[in-house]
Ligand binder design. Structure first.
Ligand code: CAA
Length: 381
């Protein structure tokens, strides 16, 4: 696949791989067990320019293309998809909508430090009763003079416990169609009335935090509204188009990591007087794992290129996310199978990888939602 990349993209791939091997790998298993947030790693990623990869340089980012961004998330996730998703949320769901919708003042105050990794952002869309049906959210924002007062509960918020700013979607108008009455707000984590719940106990990507965020009479200046009143749902959907490329890249990276573990183990493990990689039963599994991972990677790069070309890319992003998340679940399952009994033990990374994989089929739009988006585009073409 390297032959498809430019010199800059290859340099990024090498740099992130070196960082992930040198500064992430040694703590992955311990953080999976403890659930500890990788604060130092995220700080270093910010210094290296990987928390605002796509954000233009004049806005405090690194100014690279979306293929470079996908490569960053892929290479981080090959070693630790928990680090991958923390970076993906900040890049795609925070810096990207700010780049598109923030005014000059908001760019200086929020985007610049977020893109430089000096602040971390969280994307607060989902609620206990609105997941796939995001437009039915109930959190309200009521205008009061030069401020808005927010009330409601957000659920499953990645980065929620560690972010300094939350991009909160709230209903500002109940009289219009549900998707038209939503607005977006930049809410500092320290705002009075904002309370972060206890860490959710997750199946995988355990060192990426996930929490409920409760907003009780949280007063934010009107200057913290991102975009126009009523534009919030569109901002959320555009952010998720970008985010789905990140999650697809996360899935590809993890799939690559699991494949490499399976190859390594199959060369070491001897049964019937031969390394098991000499058996066709194992070889055929490895062949499928390689083919699927490469195919997923191509869809991710194609979606990234479509984004850079301008215009709508929700179709390509949905296909990349749907396919890559399906692939990573299959590949990590096969990686465990190749390890046999050893794969079922926490002593080998493939056990964690299988747990880490599943969420890619769920967050930033379930596989069912991606199919809905793709089918709707096909039918309306
Ligand atoms: N770009 C721009 N505008 C868009 C858009 C897009 N991709 N998708 C929809 N819109 C616009 C539509 O054009 C429409 O506007 P008009 O009425 O002016 O035409 C408006 O938004 C409403 O769109 P829909 O009718 O399609 O809305 P819907 O209620 O049917 O919902 C959906 C569509 C695709 C199901 C959407 O609700 C969805 O994506 N759901 C999944 C939510 C999700 O992904 N949540 C993830 C949470 S964040 C997360 O997971 C982060 C993490 O933890 C890592």
């Amino acid at each position: 696949m390297e032959h498809l990349l430019t010199e800059e993209q290859l340099d990024v791939k090498r740099a992130v791989r070196e960082f992930a091997e040198g500064e992430i790998r040694s703590s992955v298993a311990a953080r999976d067990e403890s659930g500890e947030f990788p604060a130092d790693i995220m700080r270093r990623l910010g210094e290296l320019g990987f928390m605002g990869v796509n954000t233009p340089e004049n806005l405090g980012g690194t100014g690279m293309d979306t293929v470079c961004y996908a490569i960053v998330i892929e290479e981080l996730s090959r070693v630790d998809p928990a680090v991958g998703v923390i970076a993906s949320v900040n890049n795609s769901l925070i810096c990207y909508p700010l780049e598109k919708f923030a005014n000059a003042e908001q760019r200086e105050k929020w985007l610049r430090p977020l893109a430089a990794g000096k602040l971390l952002g969280a994307f607060a869309l989902t609620e206990p009763e609105s997941g796939s049906d995001a437009a039915s959210l109930k959190t309200t924002a009521v205008r009061d003079g030069d401020a808005y007062v927010l009330n409601g509960t957000k659920a499953f918020i990645t980065n929620g416990a560690n972010a300094q700013v939350h991009l909160v979607f709230a209903r500002t108008d109940k009289t219009v169609e549900k998707s038209k009455g939503i607005s977006a707000f930049l809410v500092p984590a320290g705002a009075q009335g904002l309370r972060v719940g206890t860490l959710e106990k997750k199946m995988g990507i355990r060192s990426s935090d996930c929490v409920e965020v409760n907003l009780q009479d949280v007063r934010v200046p009107a200057a913290n509204r991102l975009g126009k009143e009523g534009e919030g749902f569109k901002i959320a959907m555009l952010s998720l188009d970008s985010g789905r490329i990140g999650i697809a890249a996360q899935a590809v990276g993890l799939s690559q990591g699991a494949l490499e573990e399976a190859v390594k183990y199959s060369k070491q493990r001897v049964q019937f007087n031969r390394p098991i990689c000499e058996f066709q039963a194992i070889q055929f599994k490895l062949a499928d794992m390689e083919m699927l991972t490469q195919a997923a990677r191509l869809l991710v790069y194609a979606a990234a290129r479509k984004k850079d070309a301008g215009g709508r890319y929700n179709h390509e992003a949905a296909m990349a996310k749907l396919f890559a998340s399906d692939v990573v679940t299959k590949v990590t399952l096969e990686a465990v199978q190749i390890h046999g009994g050893a794969g079922y033990l926490m002593d080998y990374p493939v056990e964690r990888m299988l747990r880490d994989a599943k969420v890619t089929e769920i967050y930033e739009g379930t596989s069912e939602i991606q199919r809905f988006i793709i089918a709707r585009n096909v039918l309306s073409a």
